[in-house]
Each structure stands twice: as C-alpha cells, then as structure tokens.
Design a protein. Sequence first.
Length: 414
Amino acid sequence: MKLWQRIKTTAYMAYAGASTGWKGSTWDFSNWFGRTFWGIDNSQLATNETIFSVISRLANTMSALPIKLHQHYDVIQNDVSDVLINEPNQNMSSFDFINALEVSRNEAGNGYAVILRDISMRPIELLPLDPNCVTEFINRDDSSLWYEVRGDNKNMYVHNSDMIHVKHIRGPARLRGLNPLKVLANTIKYDKAVQEFSLSEMEKKESFTLSYASNVDDEKRKRIIGDFRRFYSENGGILFKEPGVEIDPIKKQYFASDTLASERITRSRVANVFNVPVSFLNDSEGGTLGSNEQQMIQFTNMNLLPTVRQYEHEFNRKLLTKADRREGMYFKFNLGGLLRGDTATRASFYQMGIRNGWFKQNEVRGFEDLPPDDSEYANKLWISGDLYPIDMDPTLRKSTAAASTVEGGGNENE
C-alpha cells in the first residue's frame, strides 16, 4: 500500500473513533473496483419491461439534472466540486456515477459509493459499490454507523461519513432502504405468469376435431387420419375432404383482454410503488394530464424533489466540511428545466418576473441558455410603469415620464 494511503487510514481511524479490534485496516479499494460494482444483471430488471422502463427513466432523469456548488447564491468551483461534477473516478463521468447510484437505489433499495480521500481528507474519488456486497451495522462503542464491504479476499469497514448512501424509505428500526422490487414481488409474479400463459397459448399449433360417419371402414379411416397427419405436420397444404368427414378447428383459450387488463394493473402498481404518475409509464388510458407542464409538476412533487433533497444532503454532509458549510457552500440540483412548461407558459412567467422586479433580463437569458447582454440595463431589476429601474427615486418617475411625453410631441395635459 502507498505511504499516503497508510497515513490517511491512520488519520481517519483516529478521526472516526473506530474500535482498534475491528477488521480491515486499509482503505485501498483497488481490488474491488471493476469487479461487479458497475451493476448487476437482476433477472426482474432484465426481463420485465415495465420495471426496466420506470427504473431507466428515473435514473436518466436524475443523472441528467445539472448540479452545481453554490456559495450563498453564487456558483463556485473548487477541487471537491470538480470531483463530483466532472470526474468522480477515472472510469466514470458524473452522469454515469449518479445513474449507477440511482439504478442501484431503485433496483435494490440502496445505492452506495465509497469516498476516497487524500492526505488532507479532501475527496479525490467516488466509487459506486454493488449493493449486495454492503451491510450496515452499528458500532456498540460509540453508536456510530459503519458499513461492511465484502470483497473477494477480505472485508473492509467504512465509516458512514465516507460512504454515500441513497435509499428508499427505511423507518427508524431499519438501516437499509426497502427494496421496491420486493414490494412488487407478487405483482411481478402475476404479470409474468399471465405473459407466459399467453405466450404459450399463442405458440401452440392449431388444434382440430376430426369426425367421420360410422359407416367408414377401417382402411378408409386410416387413410383419412394419415392424410390429416401429413397436412398437420406440413403446417398446411391441400387436404381432400372425404364424404362423411367433418374437420373443425378448436378455438384457442387466449384472451387478449385479460392480458391488457393485467398490464394496466401492473403499470398502476409499479407507478404507485415508485411514486410516479401512471402516465409516466405511457398508459394511454390513464393519462389525464392536460399538458407536459402539469405532468412534470406532478412527477417532480411526487418523486423527484424528495430524491434530489436526499442526494443534496448526502453530498453536502459528506463531501463538504463543516467549515465549507459555515461559509455558505452547498450542492444544488437545478430542477428549473423540468418545470419550464411550454413556450407560452414560459413567456408569461418571464414577463411577469421582469415587469414586477423579480427577474433581470440577463437572468431570463440564462434560463434559456442564451448569452448575457452587455448592456448595464440588462443587469438591473425593473418594474412596470413603463418601465423604471427598481432603485429609481419614485418622485422622479412621473416627471421623467412627462418629460418624455413633451419631447415626443405629446400634450402634457392629455
């Protein structure tokens, strides 16, 4: 192990108040990295289209949100924000890192990432872990939360301040989040059974009843049966119908309405467990929202906002020091892009903001990813009147407007 890693381990163990009798005296995760931590092939996720759809959409939405380090209301950059926003580790981008955490959170109920630090205890890498290899436990000496990470050759123990842990609901008596797929176990089982039955019915060959008159002799009967067997094995062709012989197809016991009803029930239950609108899963019959704006507001309030706050609290507590937080630093995801609505709605919102003094022109241009205007007036707050700088002396506004009218050739008394 490198010298700085040994020094870091010793310093951190003292810092965390770890028990000297515990196993795992190293923080070198090199033999764990790349083994199974990039996602597991869960059979339910790989074979259920509805589960795959909702988890992939939640993960993609979460990882696509812009995240910035703020100090008070200003966006800043430092070495910690560079790790999270640009390069969490040598193999992943920020999108991939948050996507991996969110997939694990929704697939297993928990997403983990260990924080590797330099000698000054500043984060230098964030490594996602396989949730099946991590177990929480409480140290009886000081009641602190630790994580046991099981590897190929040995186990390692990580203090909670060095482990990013995002989860579904847990409750006071549990350290782990509940696995949503276990909650949906019966639904998934029922849906799978209906699909397998429907598929087996569709894959069956056509069945027939072959009837003939009682006066048909044995030789003719054998010839009729032989002709029909040939016809059936060749999956079609020409079949000569003998007098007194009746051939009727047997209708398959396949009910498309039952399959569609099962799919609707599955979508509804999956939407409830994952806290998303049913229309989020492309349910044409369940989509009652009037616009994309309404749908995104509902999705943001039901699902995204609590998830975003959980990530923000984890990043703020474990990536920033107390001194950083006292200086007003915090990580924040930008949800504004999801709630902008259509063009008419945004135009009305921006117009109200500018004319009532709570948006600057350049702020609105920034919202729309347009370059700022160099004019000094674009960085001022205005109020309608029409229009004055917000810091202008109110006693001057009327005289200024009157002077403008005179200069324009108008009648002051009109």
